[in-house]
Structures are given as C-alpha cells and as structure tokens.
Design a protein around this ligand. Structure first.
Ligand code: SF4
Length: 614
C-alpha cells in the first residue's frame, strides 16, 4: 500500500443502500494524487461519455468527499468535495477546513463516493472500517446549530454503545448541508463545524438532491504511515517555522482585507460591484479584535498559522451572533456588497448565512444582484413582498429565507445569480444579465480586476473553476500549483517550497514542481476544461463568449482613488490569447488534440470533437 493513504475508499449507493470498499491503482494515485485531481479522474471515467446529459442535481451525479496523501500530516488539513457542479456544469474541487479529513483517514478511508439518491433523508455514520446509513429525518430542515448538536450527541452515543470509550474521546467530525442544500439552492455550501464552508460548486445542493443530510465520522486508528518518518519530522519543523513567520495572517486573519482591499486596492464589491471602494474603518482586523473577537487564535488541525478568529456581537439587537473572523470574503459579500457598513449587521448576516448553509460569497452575490434590480425598479415591492434597500439587514434576511424555502421570487434566485438573471430577463422583458457578476455560472470572489491592483484580467475568465478566487489563473504554468494543494488536500495558505520534499517523504514518490506544473497538474486542469466545454444539460458555455469577465468589470470605477479605471478590453483579449497559446488551447479556447494526446488524454480529445465542430 502506498504510504500516506489509508488504502481504500468508501462507496455508498444511496438508492440501494449498498456500501462497499473500492481502491484505485498506484498509477492513478500517483497521477491524480487525491482531492481535486482524483475527483476529475473519477468523474471523467464514470460520467465523461455522457457528461452533457448528467443533471448535477439528479441521482446520476456523484458526490465526492476526498482527502489526499498530505491530509492530516502536512500542516493545515482540509477535505475536498466535488461532483458535477450545479453552478458551472463542470468540475470544481472545493475544499473546506476542519478535522473531517483526518478523522476519515483515521477511520481507514481516503474518501467517500456517494451515488444515487436515498428515498428519505439519511446521514452516513462512519467509524473504523465501517459505515452505516442512518435516518436523518429528525434533522432535515434544521439549521447548523441543531444539526451539529443532535448528530454529535447521537454519534457519541453510538460510539459508547459500541464500547469505544466515547466518554474519553472528542466528538466526531461531520460535514453537512443546511436548509439551503436541502432545497437544492445552487449557491448552497457543504458545511463543517458551524461556519466552515466549501462554498464554490454548489455541492450543498448536490448533497440535498441525494437526501444526504450529513456524514459523521470518528476514526480511532492512527493516521496512515509515511515512508520516511524522520524526514517528515524534520520537514514539519521547518515548514512550521516558515508558517509562523506569517505574522499578519496569524494576527489578523484574512479579515484584515476588509479594510485593505476596499480602501487601498479599491477592489472590493460594494453594492453589487457598482463600486469597488469604501473607506469604512470599522472593517478589518484591528477593529474586529477590539470589539468582537472572543478567541483570537483558532486553528485547523496541526496548523500554526491559526488564521481564524471567533467573533461575537456582544451588545445591541444582534447580540449573540457568532461567526469566524468574519473572513475577508464574508465581510465583503455580506457587508459592503449589500450596502452594509456596520460590522454588527455583517456578523449577524454571516452567522445567518452559515446557519442556513449558503455559500457566503455566492449567496451574498445573489442577494446583492436582487437588491440592484430593486434599486433599478426592475424588481418591485410586489415581486418581493417588501422593500429591498441597501443596508437593510432584515430585508436581506427575509429574502435569504425565501430563497431557502423557494418561495415566490426566492424560487428563481435559488438558481444562482446567472440562471436567475436569465429567468428574470425573460420575465421582465429587459436584459438583466449585465448586472450578474459571475463567470460561467459561478459568482466571483470578492476581488476585482478594475483597479489593476488585485486580480489580473483573465484570472476568473480562463480558470477551470470559473469565479473561484482561490483558483484564479495567470500564466498556465504556476496556476497548476494550486491544483496540487487541492489534490494533496491541504490549505493553500500553508504553502512552502518544501512541499515536494514533504510529498516524497510521505509517499516515497519523487515529484518536482516542474513535473507537476508541466504535466500532472496541467492534465487535471485540461479534464476540468473539457467538461466545462461539454457542459449541459441546462447551459452550455462557449469560450468566445463566456471566457470573459462579468460586464460590470468593464465599467469605469465610479469612486475612490482609482475612479475612472476599468479592465481594458484590449489588454484582456491579448492576455487571453497568450494564455490559450501557453496552455495549449486553439484560438477558440478548445484544448488542442496534440496537447491532450501528449497528456495521455486521448478519450478527452475524442469527446471534444463535437465541441470543435460547433
Ligand atoms: S491557514 Fe487558516 S484556514 Fe488554513 S489551515 Fe491554517 S488555520 Fe486553517
């Protein structure tokens, strides 16, 4: 067995209740590693031949929860969820932090492959080399706190009954979907703990579509053995030393960007990206520390960076609202982008969005899109049932709950910003797609391209993960490195040049940065590109149209120190052309046959013939 891996994956057919162990060859693991990489391999092999027909929210889709060989061993472990994305219709590897990945490996599994659809709501309970499907009817419809409380208690009781000394052990780890996922809201996240989310991809909706409320796991075995324990120890000390130097991230978390990105870089969404600048000093690390943080250093397993913080509103009408940090993206999307400049309200809304199981970024984007339509008189009080003015936290709460229940206009907005824009355009007879800030159905991260100080013009437009800010592209070589973090399944904020030595000390396999960036990582990105172009069943993307920024990114910035600046169309087109050439795509953005064959992807090449003929 390859070191670093538990050695088997759990496959669950939710339709039949069948549970079995599956394995992958050393060759597959060596080439695709785990997490995002292995997800592309599994999904392509099983669904690739009829990709366009697969409904991401139908029983044929596959929900994947995958670790990697470095999960639990390298600092900053995560778990990667994937499947055919109900947002992009492609494949997105979406990672979330917490202990789930470690627990799963300690239970003897490297990942979970869930197929089919359960007749009634269920959850999976996994312990050492064992799994069972249990009823989740009593937690269906429940928000995060009650789901966690109930299933944790139940898990501990089950462990106790099995004589596993539950009184001496920590609670099991779990991932779950909230009410948003149950209602198949395309911006629903897969959640861990009370506030950790895998937000991109819409995989909370995939869980909901399978009637899979949660996966609860407790492993009592040691983590898998490594090839060179002594070398791992030495490398671990050095990587930890390097990570401890990331003072700013440890001290202030990513929430520091709440002021920095808005005021200095002029690149933060404000009122649905109509502006990208604010000078609100109440946002950002120092103010949050003073007023809200009750826990200043909170870390994922084995991570010395400890970038997370626990924020609580201590007084006033939002007293008791609790969230982590809130991190930069949540601050931006549930703050200034909704016209909210009061951190009390931002924390309250962040907590609510987590409890309902939305992605803060994607869900916040849709709420702001609706508010702009209201501002412009396209959506009215009659459409909504209430007024939806910027900064009105109660109105945004009301709308979020309507989306979760798919009530009235909420049913349309539950389809995510782009699909909702298409429907509202039809309904109102006016084109509102120009107000939808997304790339290929994925709402973009909270970093703009107009000031020229943050993301580059092609970062989202050419990314296989579309609007995902953690996977922006630039030069077709270095872009592949992030794919390694998502495949080894560790936190990308814990990067170190020693990661390749680490990988070798764990698995025994030699892998250089160049091997990964030229071949292995590139291969994974090409499979992702191919399925994005195959798309379907409801929307098909065409690179000449859709490898682009949202229209708003070409409007001049209306305020701030970079007023008048915009994404230059010519620069964008030149960069896109260069990117296509560098990565090996033709002038239309379709991967070239010669490149796919060099990467050993003959079947992918064949499948793309139909796209080439269009
Ligand atoms: S850097 Fe932050 S998010 Fe990443 S593993 Fe460490 S504590 Fe978690």
């Amino acid at each position: 067995m390859v070191r670093g891996y538990a050695g088997k994956f759990l496959e669950v057919d939710l339709s039949s209740g069948g549970i079995k162990d599956v394995t992958f060859s050393d060759d597959i693991l060596r080439n695709f590693v785990g997490g995002r990489g292995l997800a592309t391999k599994i999904l392509w092999d099983r669904l690739g031949s009829r990709w366009e027909e697969i409904d991401p929210l139908g029983p044929e889709n596959i929900f994947l929860v995958l670790t990697g060989p470095l999960t639990g061993i390298y600092p900053g472990s995560r778990v990667c969820v994937s499947g055919k994305s109900p947002q992009s219709n492609g494949i997105i590897g979406s990672t979330l932090s917490g202990e789930f990945g470690n627990e799963l490996k300690c239970a003897g599994y490297d990942g979970i492959i869930a197929t089919g659809k359960a007749e009634k709501p269920v959850y999976l309970f996994i312990t050492d080399d064992n799994a069972e499907i249990r009823s989740a009817e009593h937690v269906w419809g429940k928000e995060a706190p009650e789901t966690i409380r109930t299933l944790t208690k139940e898990g501990l009781e089950l462990l106790k009954r099995a004589g596993r000394g539950a009184e001496k052990i920590k609670e099991p780890a779990m991932i779950y979907c909230g009410p948003a996922g149950e209602s198949r809201v395309r911006t629903a996240a897969v959640m861990q703990k009370i506030s950790h989310a895998a937000g991109y991809g819409g995989y909370g909706a995939v869980m909901g579509s399978k009637n899979l409320k949660a996966i609860v796991v407790k492993g009592r075995k040691p983590l898998p053995s490594v090839t060179s324990p002594e070398t791992v120890k030495i490398l671990l000390r050095e990587v930890e030393r390097q990570l401890l130097e990331r003072d700013r991230l440890r001290r202030w978390g990513t929430g520091y960007g709440g002021y920095e990105v808005g005021a200095r870089q002029s690149s933060e969404p404000v009122r649905n990206w109509q502006e990208e600048w604010h000078d609100e000093k109440r946002f950002g690390g120092p103010k949050f520390d003073f007023r809200y943080w009750v826990k200043r250093y909170w870390s994922d397993f084995n991570c010395p960076v400890a970038c997370m913080k626990v924020a609580v509103v201590k007084t006033g009408p939002y007293k008791g609202a609790i969230t982590d940090d809130p991190d930069y993206e949540m601050q931006a999307y549930l703050g200034p982008n909704l016209g909210i400049f009061d951190p009390d309200k931002c924390i309250y809304l962040s907590a609510l969005i987590d409890y309902l199981g939305f992605s803060g970024i994607n869900g916040g984007n849709t709420l702001a899109f609706a508010a702009e339509l209201y501002q412009r008189g396209i959506l009215t009080k009659e459409d909504l049932g209430f007024e939806l003015n910027w900064g009105d936290v109660e109105a945004f709460e009301r709308l979020a709950r309507m989306i979760v229940k798919r009530e009235g206009i909420g049913d349309i907005l539950a389809e995510g910003t782009y699909r909702a824009a298409l429907k509202i355009s039809e309904m109102k007879g006016v084109d509102v797609t120009k107000y939808a800030v997304h790339v290929k159905g994925v709402e973009v991260g909270a970093h703009g391209t107009r000031s020229g100080l943050d993301f580059n013009p092609i970062a989202y437009a050419c990314s296989p993960q579309c609007g995902d800010h953690t996977s922006g592209v630039y030069d077709a070589y270095n872009d592949a490195r992030i794919v390694f973090f998502d495949s080894a399944v560790v936190c990308s904020m814990c990067g170190s040049p020693l990661i390749w030595d680490f990988y070798k000390a764990v698995t025994g396999w030699d892998l250089t940065d160049a091997d990964w960036c030229r071949v292995l990582g590139r291969r994974i990105m090409h499979i992702q590109r191919a399925v994005l172009l195959l798309g379907g069943p409801d929307i098909f993307w065409r690179p000449e149209i859709h490898d682009d920024n949202p229209p708003r990114f070409y409007e001049p910035l209306p305020s701030g120190p970079y007023k008048g600046k915009t994404t230059d169309r010519k620069t964008f087109e030149d960069m896109r052309k260069q990117y296509y050439e560098a990565i090996g795509w033709d002038e239309r953005g379709i991967p070239k046959s010669s490149v796919l064959r060099e990467l050993g992807l003959e079947d992918v090449d064949k499948a793309l013939d139909k796209v080439r003929k269009q």
